[in-house]
Ligand binder design. Structure first.
Ligand SMILES: Cc1cc2nc3c(=O)[nH]c(=O)nc-3n(C[C@H](O)[C@H](O)[C@H](O)COP(=O)(O)O)c2cc1C
Length: 368
């Protein structure tokens, strides 16, 4: 099994990565009252020591009173939380890594199983998390304006603290994705519309504000998914033409790299070819892309939430697609929860030492 090409450098604006492997953003809920602890910093530093090319943080929420449904998800605002993040990036840099926070607003959510609720109701384009599930309020134009500014502020803070990039979370049914999706965006103002390009408006304004704050030379990544956690087969774009009409204006607004989230990277996105989501996103926009989804593992991540473990699998199919030029970077999630040295082991060809993913890794910050 040759993985040589995955270990070639990647350079774009502020990113100078030693290899093509990205740690996927993964919520850990180990930041009490939204403040990342020293243990959180050590957790990311271990992945940098383990030769991850680019670390994307767990989703970290912007300064809106109901941007989160979980008291232990980190904030990306306020002195205490930002000091915690400063420590994170300093330790990652000291270990030779690069990193960006995944900037997040959850939008309309289910209440968290802990019973914790934010001080004000959840907010979203139309109060809906999915069809027929209302759990919050419809944002006013002032709410939207303030939220766009809060995204921009988070990006500016990321740059000021020394992060190398940021990722905007536009996937998985959260706030930005609620604007994209017709069934959760019933607005009749400029933020709604019958077509997906019309419903892009909120995302475009977020991207433009972020770009204004960080300047042109700072790398900005944005994550998208067709699937929703409540509907794995959902497709915002039903064919390559619709995909182009969706993503091109977002790239034009200032996204440098598209992170195309899939549960299983080998699944074709459309009938026309075997290209996956990242492959098509690259083809229709010309932008570099990140693929993700069960790389090196036998089961997918929704299985992980249902308590399933996964075994290591070969990277042959991944390499075939990578060598063909389908995508530029490869994000890996669960293997890096269980094993900070997953990348170093792949690089050294020590595949017999790979651990796979065990559900116990969800309940701890594994440091060894
Ligand atoms: C515990 C856990 C938490 C996650 N949290 C996030 C998150 O905060 N933001 C996000 O975009 N995706 C999140 N995901 C999805 C991962 O980024 C990734 O796309 C998914 O796990 C598939 O990659 P894998 O098969 O390599 O694990 C999470 C996944 C897991 C397992």
């Amino acid at each position: 099994m040759s993985t040589n090409n995955l270990f070639s450098p990647f350079n774009l604006k502020t990113l100078n990565l030693k290899n093509r492997i990205v740690m996927a953003p993964m919520t850990r809920s180990f930041s009490p009252n939204g403040v990342p602890t020293d243990e959180v910093a050590a957790y990311y530093q271990k992945r940098a020591e383990g030769e991850v090319g680019l670390i994307l943080s767990e989703g970290t929420v912007i300064d809106r009173p109901s941007s989160s449904n979980d008291a232990n998800v980190p904030h990306f605002y306020g002195d205490l939380a930002l000091n915690g993040w400063k420590k994170v990036i300093e330790e990652v840099h000291a270990a030779g890594g690069q990193m960006g926070p995944q900037i997040w607003h959850m939008g309309i959510m289910d209440n968290h199983h802990s019973g914790w609720v934010p001080p004000v109701p959840f907010e979203g384009p139309s109060g809906l998390n999915r069809p027929d599930f209302r759990n919050g309020v419809t944002m006013t134009e002032k709410d939207i304006e303030d939220t766009i500014l809060a995204f921009g502020k988070a990006a500016a803070d990321a740059k000021r603290l020394g992060f190398d990039t940021i990722e905007i979370h536009g996937a998985h049914g959260y706030l930005i994705d609620q604007f994209f999706r017709a069934e959760t965006n019933l607005r009749e103002d400029i933020y709604g519309g019958k077509t997906l390009p019309e419903r892009n408006r909120f995302a475009i304004e977020v991207i433009k504000e972020i770009r204004k704050q960080v300047g042109n030379d700072f790398a900005v990544i944005m994550r998208f998914s067709q699937f929703k956690p409540s509907d794995y087969n959902y497709k915002l774009a039903k064919n390559p033409k619709e995909l182009e009409a969706w993503l091109t204006p977002l790239v034009d607004a200032g996204v440098d790299i598209i992170h195309a989230s899939q549960r299983r990277f080998w699944e074709p996105e459309f009938e026309e070819s075997d290209l996956n989501f990242a492959g098509w996103a690259k083809k229709v926009t010309g932008a570099p892309t990140i693929t993700v989804g069960s790389v090196g593992l036998s089961g997918d991540f929704f299985g992980a939430f249902a308590g399933e473990s996964s075994e290591p699998t070969s990277l042959e199919e991944l390499n075939r697609r990578f060598d063909r030029g389908d995508f530029d970077l490869v994000a890996v999630g669960r293997p890096l929860l269980s094993d900070p040295n997953w990348v170093a082991k792949i690089k050294a060809g020590k595949t017999d030492e790979l651990k796979g993913f065990s559900k116990e890794a969800l309940g701890a910050l594994v440091l060894e």
